[in-house]
Ligand binder design. Structure first.
Ligand code: NAD
Length: 423
């Protein structure tokens, strides 16, 4: 086994270990017994399906698709569908559990699930991508549905993929747009769903920094990832007067000390298939350098496991807002905590996406189109009240925001499990 492969495996195990450790830390505070911990941690169902297609060149290609349904004690399970070469069962499992705590933290009536295929969507034609999506639905359609498990976009998937998903699901079960969220607005999607995760990151950042007495104009921001979440977070923070000095994507980082021209970078990415490669209005840096920049706020908004025990001692930002899922390893989290760095955890920081997905599901079931103002107002209301609860709990219990969020999330799931009855 090569060192790189071994290194990747260790990184992934770390992401899985981290979510377990965060859970256990909160469970210790709550005096949860071993039996209840096991019950809450064990996924309800895990599925692997073959996804085989004939490629444009006539060759047969086969991938494995995963769906992990972690918990449904508070409602149908909910979670994204990721297309990325690094996807594997351990990662999907830990992301599914994160969804359970996340939907609970923001108190929407869902459980948690996650899915994915270890595939690089950039290497496929649109026809191939559509066939992959439809084949995956063929494999799991009996196990999902508007009252069971509702997928949504995640890394490497978007509204187009969700439209194919809905269409393929309808072939088996009839028209039911609530079977998936994150659809195009003109095809039963929600105005504001696409921006919601990044916008939510912005809303929560604003609330957190306000509580800490920090002013937007004095806050320099570095954002890793310029996809759906990172780009909308950059836009919101820029418009709210924060000084976004660096952004990055898979092509590397782009840094300008005086502040980036965020609208210009957004335009550039739009004109270049969502990619910043070749953007010349800033200094080129690496993704690793971006994480260690001299800034007040760091927003990881791409991959998991990027903040490790190796780079944590060098991180200069005083505040980290976890827009990505599981960006911080548990041993890195300890180092950050010891250094007084405040971390707004993923299960709250990026919950704007699933909250707007919930609005979309409600809209689909009501057969009544919401407008953008209503979506934004409701999003603000849900996230603001969740933030206040987590903040208060962290003050009362003298624990980190992460542990407070887990206590809130696990507590609600635990109570629902007991109320629903185990037998
Ligand atoms: P996306 O596919 O739209 O964008 C991902 C971004 O990360 C792109 O800019 C890509 O270039 C960049 N990237 C990929 N590999 C990279 C690497 N090795 N180094 C640096 N950058 C790299 O994905 P997204 O939907 O924006 O999701 C980003 C993160 O946010 C993920 O962790 C996802 O789970 C999480 N998240 C997304 C949503 C959502 O609504 N989309 C909701 C909650 C959480």
């Amino acid at each position: 086994m090569s060192q790189t492969v071994l290194g990747d495996m260790i990184l992934k195990m770390k992401a899985f270990d981290s979510t377990q450790l965060y859970f256990n830390r909160a469970a210790d505070q709550m005096d949860l017994s071993e039996n209840i911990r096991k019950l809450l941690l064990t996924p309800k169902r895990e599925v692997q399906v073959q996804v085989a297609i004939e490629r444009d060149n006539g060759e047969i290609a086969t991938w494995i698709g995963y769906r992990v349904q972690h918990d449904d004690s508070r409602g149908p399970m909910k979670g994204g569908l990721r297309f990325h070469p690094d996807v594997d069962l351990d990662e999907v499992r830990s992301l599914a559990a994160l969804m359970t705590w996340k939907t609970s933290v923001v108190d929407i009536p869902y459980g948690g699930a996650k899915g994915g295929i270890a595939i690089d969507p950039a290497g496929l034609s649109q026809r191939e991508l559509e066939t992959v999506t439809r084949k995956f639905v063929d494999g799991i359609h009996d196990l999902i549905g508007p009252d069971v498990d509702i997928p949504a976009p995640d890394m490497g998937t978007n509204d187009k993929v969700m439209a194919w998903f809905m269409n393929q699901y309808a072939k088996y079960h009839g028209f039911n747009p609530a079977c998936v969220t994150g659809k195009p607005v003109e095809l039963h999607g929600l105005p504001g769903r696409e921006e919601a995760t990044g916008r939510g990151v912005g809303i929560l950042t604003f609330k957190l920094l306000n509580r800490m007495g920090r002013k937007p104009a004095e806050t320099r921001v570095a954002i890793q990832g310029f996809g759906n979440v990172g780009s909308h977070a950059a836009k919101f923070l820029h418009e709210a007067d924060y000084r976004v000095v660096a952004v990055s994507d898979v092509s590397g980082g782009y840094h300008r000390d005086g502040g980036l021209d965020v609208p210009g970078a957004l335009r550039y990415a739009m004109e270049h298939r969502g990619n910043l490669a070749g953007y010349a209005e800033a200094d080129k840096i690496t993704n690793e350098q971006l994480l260690e920049l001299d800034v007040e706020l760091l927003v990881p908004a791409a991959l998991g496991g990027v903040i490790t025990k190796h780079n944590a001692p060098r991180i200069k930002a005083g505040v980290i807002v976890e827009a990505a899922n599981a960006p911080t390893d548990c041993d890195a989290d300890d180092l950050l905590h010891a250094r007084g760095i405040v971390v707004l955890p993923d299960i709250l920081a990026n919950a704007g996406g699933v909250t707007a997905s919930y609005f979309e599901w409600v809209q689909n079931r009501q057969r009544y189109q919401w407008d953008l103002n209503r979506v934004r107002q409701e999003l603000d209301r849900v996230l603001s009240s969740s933030f206040e609860k987590v903040w208060q709990l962290s003050v009362e219990r003298k624990v980190s925001l992460r542990t407070a969020a887990y206590i809130l999330g696990i507590g609600r799931v635990g109570r629902a499990t007991i109320l629903g009855g185990i037998t």
